[in-house]
Design a protein around this ligand. Sequence first.
Ligand code: C2E
Ligand code: MG
Ligand code: MG
Ligand code: MG
Length: 284
Amino acid sequence: KAKSDGRATYAFYSQELTTYARQRIELTTALRQALEHGELRVHYQPIHNLKSGQMVSVEALVRWQHPERGLVPPGEFISVAEENGLIGAIDLWVLEQACRQMRSWLEAGHTLEFVAVNISTRLFSRGRLDLQVAEILARTGLDARHLELEITESAVMDDPDSARRQLQRLRDLGVRLAIDDFGTGHSSLQRLKSMPVDKLKIDRGFVAGLPADGKDVAIARSVIVLAHSLGLSVLAEGIEQPEQVDFLRRNHCQLGQGYLFGRPQPAEKLFLGPAPFYAKALAS
Ligand code: C2E
Ligand code: MG
Ligand code: MG
Ligand code: MG
């Protein structure tokens, strides 16, 4: 009896795995076609200066405009793209769109400091990202200082020596560098101090509980102080409540992004309509 139960369980799991594997293969095929057929989109989320309230920059975030499923968020396809290697092509495509868009915003007279683009660990550690970035900047005519690349802790920590060289080459081009989702990976402070980066982005997991949760308060304060002590700037992600902004301003966090200021949206919507109510309240 026990034996047949075991077999049934095994059969159940292997069928599940097959379904799972098949879904991943289908997703890979669909994603490759999405790239070829132009189904990917770039949305932009405002980044605000928390002191002045002004929108000062934007982050580019990829979406998939699926013919049947509608707008698919990156959480549903980025990890598959990381496994099957398509992530590099996706990131470079997003990078080029974002640079072109930024150039046209600047030409239209908008005052944005930079556009931030996410770079997967896989693309970052693959080789000469700096050469690919230089090529895209040349092709789109965007000045390097208007581009920020967001990398994760794991990209920086896994192979610190080669990461440091890669970061330095990118920085020599003149682009800015940020560590995304700071605090969620396993950063070593020893390594962090030797990395040529400009900014830490506090993960929204630590912003969510501000200002009531004592542990989030302790972590957010420490990261802000750490960043400033290392001469880095600091941004808080996932701001949804005015009380979070009050806390962050009191603790000298310069930059923030989150639904309170604006959701990621298509480029053509970014400068339409009045500034968000809250941003105006900050400025007054
Ligand atoms: P991320 O880079 O940390 O981007 C911030 C994410 O938080 C975005 O999710 C954004 O929509 C969401 N967010 C912003 N403000 C709030 C808020 O107030 N509340 C909540 N609950 N969420 C907020 P999104 O666009 O779904 O992207 C998820 C992740 O997918 C990104 O996290 C990034 O890691 C990855 N990703 C997005 N675009 C790209 C890309 O072009 N390349 C790569 N490699 N990764 C990307
Ligand atoms: Mg990011
Ligand atoms: Mg982030
Ligand atoms: Mg995040």
